[in-house]
Design a protein around this ligand. Sequence first.
Ligand code: FES
Length: 347
Amino acid sequence: MGHTVEIRNDSGSQLFTCVSGERLLYAGLSGGADLPYGCATGTCGNCRATLLSGEVETLWKEAPGSRALKKEGEILLCQSTPLRNCVLEARAGDSRHQRDTPMTHQASVSSVARDEDGLAWVVLKLQRPMRFLAGQFVLVSIPGVEGFRAYSPAHDGADVVELALLVREKPGGGVSPLLCGQQQVGTQVTVFGPLGTAHVHPAQDHDMAVLVGGSGAGVALSLLDWAKATGHLSRHRLDVVCGLRTLRSQQVIERLVEAAKSASENLRVVVALSDEPADADLPQAIPGLTYERGFVHELASELLSTEEWKKRAVFVAGPPPMVEASMRMLLLRAKLSPTKIRYDSFS
Ligand code: FES
């Protein structure tokens, strides 16, 4: 039987049910509660809440996000499960723009295609459609590995039953080596989502810039797909700097080339190659897409003037060092207000 959970904040209180073993954050979001969160996997500390009464069990005691817990009784909603009825206090979340309520979906791995740079295109077949906004992410849990990992779909999210995720295989990692293996085709997995507030806001985002790296390239592909589906590029500018290790990241490069070929002159894509050997020839630029050697933040800093940056909604996604360097560039050189930047960090 489920436990009753009450979350209190300045705007009132919200009630939902959560069974022992289920995470408070996931049960609350599925139940329509507006809860604060960031990574949803124990890293950021954004989901902290104070337990006023009741009892919870912590599922991952060493979660890096627990460093954000300073006061007696504070817990992480994404790493806690109730043992009896609970009352908690938490900040309000920001689910105003959600396209769909986050839910648990059963899915199976339908295909895996790895490129030579260690990025894999993993397609999950969902048992029922999911709707999400470009830039959102989902959590995936695979049998035999504790917990969930976050991945960004690499396409727009209008009622999709095939979820294509860009996954970087991390040696020694828990989920990614399994997900990236051909032998996983047919494996049943659990998907929770959609999640994340670093997504497109269709009514207010006009000119945009997207700085991504590694598996964060999925965010750029998702926004490009959305822009194509909605005709956004006929009216507004979109600049993308996509960081990849080398030209061997063929699958992402092919999709970027495809997007550039079918888009208007309002799209500009820079493929930023961090590890391509200095003596290797780079492919010829095509209208709307160029290849450069260098890091995302360096190439992005040359892209726009301070005045132009100020007019953009900016999306940043990728490995933490890339995200941190890009944020520094945007805040210190481009003088952007933090409110203009939406970011996700994929460790
Ligand atoms: Fe990031 Fe819980 S949402 S630690």
